[in-house]
Design a protein around this ligand. Structure first.
Ligand SMILES: C[S@@+](CC[C@H](N)C(=O)[O-])C[C@H]1O[C@@H](n2cnc3c(N)ncnc32)[C@H](O)[C@@H]1O
Length: 213
C-alpha cells in the first residue's frame, strides 16, 4: 500500500472527519441532481457502493432517494463509526480505500466516487479503476464527484505535508476504458451550485453508464 493510502488510514481520514463532521447536511444539492438523473432507473438500482463515503450522509441520501441499500468505504475509522451510528438503517460502512474494494461481493448497480479520487496515489489508480470496473454490473452506473481541472496537475494537500491532491478528469479516464458512456455532467464549485469561470475552482459530478457488452 502506498504512502497516501497509509496516511489516510492512519491519521488523515480521521483528521478530515474531525474538520468536516459539523458541516454535513442530509440534503446535498449534487446528490439530489444525481438522484434526479437516475430516477427513471430507480427500480433497477438496488445496491450502491460509495467510495470515500466520509460521514455517510451522502450515501444515505442516495439510498433514501433511490430506495436502495448502500455500502460505504472510507479509510477513517471515526467516519465509519459515525456513519454506522447515524445512517445505519439502509447502509453499512467499512474501513478501506479505493484500492481495497470488496471485489468478492456481488456487483453493484451504482458505484459513486465521493470526492476521493484526487487522493488516490498515482501508481494505485489502475488498480482502483480495475476494481471499480469489476464491481459495476454491465447495465449499471458509475458516478464521480471530483475536481475538474483544465489539465491534470498535482498540488500539495493543504492539510498535511507530504500528501498530494491529484486533479484530473477522472470521468474521461473511465470513458477511455471503452465500455462507459457519459450520461450527464453537472459543473459547480465547492461554494456555488453553478459553473465557475475560474478553472481552479471547478468541480463536477458526472454520471456514466456501463454498456452491456
Ligand atoms: C472530500 S472527502 C468526501 C467525503 C464524502 N464523500 C462527501 O462528499 O462528503 C474525501 C473522503 O475520502 C476519503 N479518502 C481519502 N483517501 C481515500 C482513498 N484512497 N480511498 C477512499 N477514500 C479515501 C477521506 O477519508 C474522506 O472521507
Amino acid at each position: 500500500m502506498e504512502n497516501q493510502e497509509k496516511k489516510f488510514l492512519k491519521t488523515e481520514g480521521n483528521e478530515w472527519f474531525k474538520r468536516n463532521v459539523h458541516k454535513i447536511s442530509d440534503n446535498s444539492p449534487e446528490i439530489s441532481v444525481l438522484c434526479n438523473w437516475l430516477m427513471p432507473f430507480k427500480n433497477k438500482i438496488n445496491n450502491i457502493l460509495e467510495v470515500g463515503s466520509g460521514c455517510g450522509n451522502k450515501l444515505s441520501q442516495m439510498c433514501w432517494q433511490l430506495d436502495s441499500l448502500g455500502l460505504g468505504i472510507d479509510p477513517s475509522s471515526l467516519a465509519v463509526d459515525f456513519a454506522t451510528s447515524n445512517y445505519g438503517e439502509r447502509c453499512i460502512f467499512k474501513i478501506g480505500t479505493a484500492t481495497t474494494l470488496p471485489v468478492h461481493l456481488d456487483q453493484f448497480d451504482l458505484i459513486h466516487f465521493g470526492f476521493c479520487l484526487y487522493l488516490v496515489s498515482r501508481n494505485e489508480l489502475p488498480k482502483c479503476f480495475k476494481q471499480a470496473d469489476l464491481l459495476v454490473r454491465p447495465g449499471g452506473f458509475l458516478s464521480i464527484v471530483d475536481f475538474d481541472p483544465l489539465k491534470p496537475h498535482a498540488n500539495q494537500y493543504v492539510h498535511s505535508d507530504g500528501l498530494k491532491s491529484y486533479k484530473d478528469k477522472y470521468y474521461q479516464k473511465f470513458c477511455e476504458l471503452g465500455n462507459y458512456t457519459l450520461v450527464n455532467k453537472y459543473s459547480f464549485s465547492e461554494d456555488r451550485h453553478h459553473f465557475s469561470m475560474d478553472p481552479y475552482a471547478r468541480t463536477s459530478l458526472t454520471l456514466l453508464f456501463k454498456e452491456k457488452k
